[in-house]
Structure formats: structure tokens, C-alpha cells
Design a protein around this ligand. Sequence first.
Ligand code: NAG
Ligand code: NAG
Ligand code: NAG
Length: 247
Amino acid sequence: MKYFSLVAIILALAACQGAEVSEPLAAQSRSVSSIIVDTLESCKLHMVEGWPQYGIPPLAPLEIPHKRFNFGTGELHATGALDGLVVRGLNEFDIRVMSANLLLSNIKFEFHFASLNLTTQYEAEVDAGYQMARNGGAFLALEDLNISGQIKYSTGVVGSSNNVRIKEIQLNLVAGNVVSNIENLSKYRILNRKLNDVVEEFISLTINENTDFFADWVDSTVTPICNDLIGDRSIKDILDLIGGGSK
Ligand SMILES: *[C@@H]1O[C@H](CO)[C@@H](O)[C@H](O)[C@H]1NC(C)=O
Ligand SMILES: *[C@@H]1O[C@H](CO)[C@@H](O)[C@H](O)[C@H]1NC(C)=O
Ligand SMILES: *[C@@H]1O[C@H](CO)[C@@H](O)[C@H](O)[C@H]1NC(C)=O
């Protein structure tokens, strides 16, 4: 979540930063859009190191040594652990649309990820009416992932230090293709492939069909986190932080 929050903050702050340039509004909007693109490009590079002072680990790749999970839907329950989880591709996206509108205080964007994927070892106790224990390696990927949306923000009194607030975040995800290769779901190869097909279908439906649910969840969860993170920090503090805290 901190990942989305950070991106949202960057967009809003870059917009405010840009607003100080005295140009006609349409030109200002264009220069803000290009400031945002530049900030995001340097942010991609910085994701290799993360932002340790704010508890944000390296994100490219993101490595999680151990994570327990507890998953239940309908008749199916699974508990277990993931070990050696690696997420790749968080910094490998193209910015297809970045358009700030200072008059309407919104920023529209579209990002494209060729492959956002994870590899891990897993151990699971599965209860699907009968009990089974499974373990092995797993690979999951969202390919041709299109993340688009818009952020609405407000700016208070110009010159005050804490004048930025995120009002609304709208986010749409569309995954062109989902890949699941989980080993050892079944000892029979054909059945293992079938079970992976079910997983692919499930993830694909969850992402592509539940967009309203996801959008509401992001807006209600991420918006307050963003505003918390912004807190009383000045725009300069936060831009310095995003730029690596070097200044
Ligand atoms: C995983 O994602 C990374 C970054 O997008 C990509 O370079 C790599 O080829 C992907 N791995 C697989 C097996 O698709
Ligand atoms: C598959 O699961 C069984 C039972 O837990 C385990 O003995 C075996 O090592 C696993 N195979 C692989 C390839 O991980
Ligand atoms: C990405 O998704 C948005 C919203 O669903 C859509 O408007 C846009 O055309 C998509 N872009 C591509 C390249 O498919």
C-alpha cells in the first residue's frame, strides 16, 4: 500500500510544485505533467534502494524472506507460508499517459507493465472438503498490465507548508494475461496444469471483473494513508525525500 501511496503523493506534490511556475494555466499543466514524468522516472531508479527512512524497502526487486498467509473463499481454505518471495517489475513500467489539469485539480495517468511477477517457495495446508498438504515452487505473473486512473487533490493556502490533500484516487487495473505455474498442486502433471488454469482464471476474474470493488478499496484505504504520510511535511521536504533525501 505504501507503494501506491508514494506514487499518489509524488503526483500531487509535483503538481503543486509545478504550480509555482508562473505561466498560463494550460502551459503550466503541461510543464507539471512533464515534472511528474521526470519525478517518476527518477523514482523508478530509486526503487532499487527504497526509502528506508520511511520504512519503504527496496522495491526493485521487492524481497520478502518469509510471510504467513491465511486464505479462504467459499469451500476452500488454505493456510501456510511463503519463503524467499521475490516480486519483479515494479519499476518496469511505461508511462503512457500523464496529464495534469491544474484548473480541475486532477491528474490522469496510464501505466503499462509488460510483466509484474513473483517467484516463491510455498508450503500450504489446504482444506477443500478434504485435507491436503502441499509445497514447492511457484511463479505468478500479470502480463500486459494496464493501470490507469485519476487522482483529485486540493491545495489550500498558497505558501502554507501543509496545503496538499488527496481527495480521491480512482484506479483501474486490466491484465491482458495471467500466468500461474505453481508446482506440486497435484503429483499428476496434467492435473497440476488444470489446477493452475483455475488459478489463472480466478486471478484474471478478480482483477478484471471486480474493478469497482478494487477501486473503492483503493480509494478508502490509500487516500487516508497518503494524507497521513503527507502530514505536516512541506512540499520541499517530501520532494527531497522522494529524490533520495540527498539535499
Ligand atoms: C518478470 O518480470 C521482469 C520485469 O518485468 C521481467 O524482466 C522478467 O522477464 C519476468 N519473468 C518472467 C519469467 O516472465
Ligand atoms: C511435493 O509435495 C510433497 C508432499 O508435501 C513433497 O514430499 C515433495 O517434495 C514436493 N515436491 C516438490 C517438487 O516440491
Ligand atoms: C488501459 O485501460 C484504460 C481503462 O480501462 C483504457 O481506457 C485504456 O484504453 C487502456 N489502454 C490500453 C493501451 O489498452
